[in-house]
Design a protein around this ligand. Structure first.
Ligand SMILES: N[C@@H](CCC(=O)N[C@@H](CS)C(=O)NCC(=O)O)C(=O)O
Length: 339
């Protein structure tokens, strides 16, 4: 088992070393499309709608980058990836960017050689059980069967949590969230564990969400964010500052509704001007034009707009901002300055 894990890591690292470093921006421009790795389907984060059009909070990151780089938020080829396939897809160059509720960890950065460009959702791992199981704490799960997605941090945290608490469990390994949902509803496992946001998103699609409870324990830190390959820092900068532009836009009150007006002429706020290109040369420093951030914000709105539309309290997923509030509101969202 251990051997497979080590070999897997080496294989991915090997491909990373072989993939073109540098010039991702040129490749994307020449192609006229951003290849963006997303999940196979997690409503609210990334899933095709009834018309086959990808929607969601992670999809919003892909569209913002495409808008900044290519001038068109629709110029994205979405590549569905599983917990297992996502890293090979990025390392091999099949995708330019991975925006797939992926946790920033030491080994994914240092060993797999990826660069997380920021965090778009601060999460943690939780547990969901059928109400009829009568369980109110994860510590009561001794001997439970647990549906768990392979190739995830979830798998590792679960083992740690049960070991620390001297509990036993039987894993039911699954590949995708759709499969987890199916198995869990069919009673193939007592418990489904994943990122708490994923539990909320999954439960929202159940016919009777009220028949299931999410237990109070959050057993890990899961900072989820977009990532690129090591070795092309210029491309990493574009992804990082596009995400930061969405976060700063919310902090500064730039929205999809007012961005065109704010970008038409310099305002009395110099940072707004620098972001929107009416002052300074930030776009040029990224190898883009002056309107890059304006287009990114127009694509789906600022961070808060993306959150509210896709996963917020007025959606079936119903997530509150919590840790994902701006630092000015007691949360962890804090973009470095645009200067
Ligand atoms: N954040 C964890 C877990 C990510 C993960 O794969 N979560 C599942 C459950 S929420 C998922 O996104 N599934 C979507 C899919 O199967 O395509 C990680 O990076 O390993």
């Amino acid at each position: 088992m251990k051997k497979t894990v080590i070999l897997g890591a080496l294989t991915v690292a090997g491909i990373a070393a072989g993939a073109a470093s540098g010039a991702t921006l040129d490749d994307v421009k020449a192609r006229g499309k951003l290849n963006c790795g997303v999940s196979t389907g997690l409503v609210g984060f990334a899933a095709p709608d009834a018309n086959g059009e990808w929607q969601g909070f992670d999809v919003g990151v892909c569209r913002a980058v495409a808008a900044a780089v290519l001038g068109d938020p629709m110029a994205v080829e979405f590549v569905p990836t599983t917990g297992q396939t996502r890293f090979t897809a990025l390392a091999s160059g099949e995708v330019d960017l991975l925006a797939r509720n992926t946790t920033w960890t030491f080994s994914r950065d240092v060993d797999l050689k990826f660069e997380f460009v920021g965090v778009n959702y601060y999460d943690g791992q939780g547990f969901m059980v059928p109400k009829e199981l009568g369980v109110s704490s994860a510590k009561e799960l001794d001997g439970a069967t647990v549906c768990i997605q392979t190739g995830t941090t979830t798998e590792l945290n679960l083992a740690d949590f049960f070991r620390t608490n001297n509990l036993s469990y039987e894993p039911v390994p699954i590949e995708t969230n759709a499969e987890a949902q199916q198995q869990f509803l069919a009673g193939a496992c007592d418990v489904y564990t994943t990122d708490a946001s994923g539990l909320a998103a999954t439960r929202a699609t159940f016919e009777n969400p009220g028949d299931f409870v999410v237990l109070p324990e959050i057993i890990s830190k899961e900072p989820l964010g977009p990532l690129v390959r090591h070795g092309d820092n210029d491309w990493g900068d574009i992804a990082r500052w596009t995400l930061n532009a969405l976060i700063s836009a919310e902090e500064l009150g730039i929205t999809s509704a007012n961005v065109a007006e704010l970008a038409a002429a310099p305002t009395n706020n110099p940072e707004i001007n620098r972001i929107l290109g009416t002052e300074g040369e930030l776009g040029g420093m990224l190898g883009l034009d002056k309107d890059w951030a304006k287009r990114a914000i127009m694509a789906g709105g600022n961070y808060g707009e993306l959150f509210e539309k896709n996963i917020g309290e007025n959606t079936p997923i119903g997530l509150s901002r919590g840790l994902n509030a701006q630092w000015t509101d007691g949360g962890l969202l804090y973009s470095p300055p645009f200067r």
